[in-house]
Design a protein around this ligand. Structure first.
Ligand SMILES: Cc1cc2nc3c(=O)[nH]c(=O)nc-3n(C[C@H](O)[C@H](O)[C@H](O)COP(=O)(O)OP(=O)(O)OC[C@H]3O[C@@H](n4cnc5c(N)ncnc54)[C@H](O)[C@@H]3O)c2cc1C
Length: 552
């Protein structure tokens, strides 16, 4: 067959397994390139266990390069899909350089993201459970609550610190609540002033039942088991808003807490909205062959896609559920169909009937239904673990996770709080004479203030000798015009001597501008003073607009 380039966006269950199957079965001359925001595959069902400290963070992930030999792996954020030109645009490297690449077949496996903007206070005060950083952050926070609750004499504060609320009763909500309780109970021995009866954990579910991915019987069974473990399950209930000290339910009930974990509110990733396709329920509609409707060479699967399981779907259960089990099966079907399409052969319909379903509820217990048989407790938990060990990619990841489980069974749970080393909103950078800070066409990552030394900003003109040149010294600033106008840099910025700059990151700069309008008036005045009118508006007319892709 002719040489082809298959580009896959997303290195989760859907994307990584599609790449794996394609590499195994497609002709060797096909180039398979996978784009992912991180350089590792996350086994999401293990995230609650990372948050609870059962599994250490690096052991729960697998480097994509190790998992996918023969596949070209590119750590980059895809920001735009141009279906007409059959190209994708992406940002790469620490300087987020905009680049583009052409494809013959495109696979969209970008999953979904948690939309925290729908309820007031969620963005500011809730924790998510989607990636490694989320799990790490929640763990640190819970340890912080326990440490503080143990020493405070303020009883109201103590009650608040020991109340944990999880929004959403799907897989992730149930597993997170179960693991949280498990972690807290296993570590109470280290906190002499805390007692089990002081811990309050609530699972808030909008619908009439938890675990909609499982059968009604099994879900009810899980609810009872959670109740026995001290988790209060509130059905037919929702969280209306959150503040720094409480959450408010739909009926107005106030629950004092400093911990809200949000596992609901799934929405599309920004890149899916650049497709120019009308999304349905926030997902990309595909046909039974996993081809995006109306597009011969664009495919989609996993949580991002709306996949019909019957010819004329009517209800939610007529579509594939957003689970890892399904995503892996979809990947196999999709890879096969890409190859069949090239051979001009009829495609295979996607169909899958899972043999069973399992969900962990913490404390070495799980609920399961296998071949119609309902199981719970340690046996179900062992089955769950056995299944996941089998699904984990690569021998080394399997061994590491198994050892983590083994150690956790016999050893006390760690309460080490690893400091969050994330850089603050501002940071310093040093440059030597001649260093290039920015080249034309790059995307500005922050607002630069010169602390010491000098930078030269040069914007080339087509007329000889008419370049715009400006020397920036201590107290001067740079980058605001590109950030405000959202366009690529036009100028070349170089260090003239040893220079130290203070950088305010782009999202924080935007937040500051939004909250402090006088800043924009100041920038307007400076711009009018320094730049000729052509350059003032010019950047917008000649500089290319940028898409910043994934925003925090
Ligand atoms: C906490 C939790 C527990 C779960 N438990 C279970 C369970 O017990 N059983 C089960 O079957 N399922 C479970 N699930 C669901 C399961 O994990 C998902 O259905 C599955 O991960 C979906 O795979 P995906 O490939 O579609 O998306 P994802 O796994 O989300 O992968 C999407 C990938 O795309 C990347 N990406 C997104 N946008 C871009 C972009 N613009 N450029 C580059 N890369 C991009 C992301 O970085 C990510 O790596 C759980 C999910 C969670 C969150």
């Amino acid at each position: 067959m002719n040489k082809r380039r298959v580009v896959i966006i997303g290195g989760g269950f859907g994307g990584a397994f599609t790449a794996k199957y394609l590499r195994r079965h497609a002709p060797r001359n096909w180039e398979i390139e996978l784009f992912n925001s991180t350089n590792y595959f996350v086994f999401q069902p293990l995230l609650p266990e990372v948050a609870s400290g059962t599994i250490s963070a690096p052991d729960a992930v697998t480097p994509l390069r190790l998992m996918l030999p023969g596949v070209k792996v590119r750590m980059a954020d895809v920001v735009d899909v141009d279906r007409d030109a059959k190209k994708i645009h992406f940002l790469q490297g620490s300087k987020r350089i905009p680049l583009c690449i052409a494809y013959d077949d495109l696979v969209l496996a970008v999953g979904q993201q948690t939309n925290l903007t729908r309820s007031p206070g969620f963005y500011e005060h809730s924790f998510c459970m989607r990636n490694l950083a989320d799990a790490h952050q929640l763990r640190n926070h819970v340890i912080q609550c326990l440490e503080h609750a143990d020493v405070t004499e303020d009883l109201e504060l103590k009650r608040r610190l020991l109340t944990f609320v999880v929004a959403g009763g799907g897989f992730s909500g149930v597993e997170t609540a179960g693991e949280l309780v498990e972690m807290i109970h296993r570590t109470l021995q280290f906190y002499p002033n805390l007692q089990a009866k002081q811990i309050r954990t609530l699972l808030v579910q909008r619908g009439k039942r938890i675990l909609p991915e499982l059968s009604h019987r099994l879900a009810e069974y899980a609810r009872k088991k959670l109740g026995k473990r001290g988790i209060q399950v509130l059905l037919d209930s929702s969280i209306r808003s959150a503040t720094a000290t409480a959450v408010y339910l739909g009926d107005g009930t106030r629950i004092d807490t400093q911990t809200l974990v949000t596992t609901v509110g799934n929405g599309p990733r920004p890149v899916t909205e650049t497709l120019g396709i009308e999304l349905q329920h926030g997902k990309i509609p595909v046909d039974e062959y996993l081809r995006v409707i109306g597009n011969e060479q664009v495919w989609s699967l996993g949580d991002a896609a709306l996949i019909p399981l019957v010819t004329e779907p009517v209800s939610a259960s007529d579509y594939a559920p957003p689970t890892a089990q399904f995503a892996v099966r979809e990947a196999r079907c999709l890879a096969k169909n890409i190859i069949l399409a090239q051979k001009g052969k009829p495609l295979t319909r996607f169909s899958f009937r899972p043999k069973g379903s399992l969900a962990s509820i913490g404390n070495y217990k799980a609920v399961a239904e296998v071949f119609g048989v309902r199981l719970s407790g340690l046996f179900a938990w062992l089955l769950w673990r056995g299944l996941y060990i089998g699904m984990l990619p690569g021998f080394s990841t399997r061994l590491r996770v198994a050892l983590n489980w083994l150690f956790d069974y016999f050893l006390p749970r760690s309460i080490v709080q690893i400091a969050n080393n994330e850089r603050p909103a501002t940071y310093y950078r040093c440059y030597a004479p001649g260093d290039v800070v920015f080249r034309p066409g790059q995307i500005v990552d922050g607002f630069y203030t010169i602390v010491s030394g000098y930078l030269e900003s040069r914007i080339s003109s087509s007329a000889p000798g008419e370049d715009f040149v400006r020397l920036l010294g201590p107290g001067d600033h740079w980058g605001e015009r590109s950030l405000i106008g959202n366009f690529e840099t036009r100028g070349l910025l170089t260090a003239v001597e040893e220079t130290r700059v203070l950088i305010l990151k782009q999202p924080d700069f935007s937040n500051l501008r939004a909250a402090f309008p006088a800043l924009d008036e100041y920038f307007q005045r400076v711009s009018e003073k320094i730049y000729a009118p052509s350059l003032r508006k010019g950047a917008n007319s000649t500089g290319k607009k940028v898409s910043r892709g994934i925003q925090p």
